[in-house]
Design a protein around this ligand. Structure first.
Ligand SMILES: [Zn+2]
Length: 93
């Protein structure tokens, strides 16, 4: 995927700077993000795509489809997507 592309890294760096300056909160849990935490910390910043890349790869580099999250929030979201992939049904959909 294009996740490792220079364009994506540049976009993420730019958005992180914008969000850090504005104090933008995690769009999944609504809590503040400490943008100074090192990568790998559960509370660290991670860029999320509101519409998953799997569904709309064309929106991967669209800033309007990007939002800041905590690493832990993004991971737990990924876990639930994984559950769905295992064939579980959900009434929320
Ligand atoms: Zn969060």
């Amino acid at each position: 995927m294009a996740l490792d592309s220079g364009a994506y890294r540049a976009l993420r760096r730019e958005l992180r700077g914008t969000w850090a300056a504005a104090g933008t909160r995690c769009w999944l849990c609504g809590q503040a993000i400490d943008y100074s935490l090192p990568a790998g910390d559960p509370g660290a910043f991670e860029l999320d795509h509101k519409i998953p890349r799997k569904q709309r790869p064309d929106l991967e580099l669209d800033p309007r489809n990007c939002a800041p999250t905590h690493l832990r929030c993004n991971r737990s979201k990924g876990a639930s997507v994984h559950q769905l992939a295992l064939g579980e049904t959900t009434e929320d959909w």
